[in-house]
Design a protein around this ligand. Structure first.
Ligand code: AMP
Length: 300
């Protein structure tokens, strides 16, 4: 594995790989790897000849009161994990490399960014799409792997790539969970033991809501009540939102039919946690996608 910090060096390595016919897989991250990140690297490794992982804590996507300065990092551990997953290039730029001068050009995806996390983090998605557009430009034609843990981010990035004709195929990968169901997140490192235990209510509430839908519930308000009622039993978990939306355009639905995203966000201790599931309701079937639990060997 090569580790490079300059965009110029990244471009040269990826151009060389493409010149000999390699298909390029790309995994953008903010580091502090866990099994969720590693599952994206593994998917990229399985489906491509040359794998690039970027590790950049992007200041543009943090609000003024958010946790940018406290965001966890451990470059040595992350390098070892990326190497173990067979990554070819780890791109670790400085902030000056990505933003050499104040940025006056940003990418905004309308509509999809208004609700869910966009409501309480109004500048967040512009920060994400701007840095992802820059990273896509540096890496060039590739398949890019994103986790369904960040379902709104995935929808927003996919739409950006389509609208701007970027030469990137955006691929969504399963949400990876801890054994007690908590969605893996670098931010889980912030949780005190009591908060860590309490945080599991989010996935328990989603499981309960999934069971209601599997039993025939089709009223979004009822599913919403199940979620909020259960989450309210944990005083350490301060709900930001629980929403039932169309999985494609992210607009609220009243009836659960077709592909529906059920998403929650909450503040727990110092951390802001998100979780979700997708239910696909057809005339004769209900499919629930709650993601996967990381195997023992994959937990880091
Ligand atoms: P982050 O480093 O948190 O910005 O995440 C980098 C990528 O990893 C994003 O595509 C995330 O959606 C993905 N990711 C983070 N946590 C998980 C998880 N628990 N399961 C699957 N993908 C994840």
């Amino acid at each position: 594995m090569r580790t490079v910090a300059r965009a110029h060096d990244l471009r040269a390595l990826v151009d060389d790989a493409r010149a000999i016919g390699s298909r390029v897989g790309f995994v953008p991250t903010m580091g502090y790897f866990h099994a969720g990140h590693r599952s994206l690297m593994r998917a990229a490794r399985a489906e491509n000849d040359f794998v690039v992982v970027s590790l950049f804590v992007n200041p543009l996507q943090f609000g003024p009161t958010e946790d940018l300065s406290a965001y966890p990092s451990d470059l040595d551990r992350d390098s070892a994990a990326a190497e173990a997953e067979g990554v070819d290039v780890l791109f670790t730029p400085t902030t000056e490399e990505i933003y050499p001068r104040p940025i006056v050009t940003t990418v905004h995806v309308d509509g999809l960014t208004n609700g869910l996390c966009g409501r309480s983090r109004p500048t967040h998605f512009d920060g994400v799409t701007t840095v992802v557009a820059k990273l896509f430009s540096m890496v060039g034609p590739c398949r890019a792997y994103f986790g369904r843990k960040d379902a709104q981010q995935l929808a927003v990035v996919r739409r950006m790539a389509e609208d701007l004709d970027l030469p990137v195929e955006v691929i969504g990968c399963p949400l990876v969970r801890e054994p007690d169901g908590l969605a893996m997140s670098s931010r889980n490192a912030y949780l005190e033991p009591d908060d860590r235990r309490a945080a599991a209510i989010l996935s328990r509430a989603l499981h309960e809501a999934a069971a209601e839908v599997a039993n025939g519930e089709r009223d979004a308000d009822s599913v919403h009540r199940v979620l909020t009622g259960l989450i309210a039993t944990e005083p350490r978990v301060q709900l930001d939102y629980a929403e039932v939306v169309d999985a494609h355009d992210l607009t609220p639905v009243t009836k659960i039919t077709g592909d529906v995203l059920v998403a929650v966000a909450a503040n727990v201790g110092r951390g802001r946690l998100i979780d979700n599931m997708t239910v696909s309701v057809g005339p004769h079937s209900v499919d629930v996608d709650l993601g996967v639990v990381a195997r023992e060997t994959e937990r880091v």
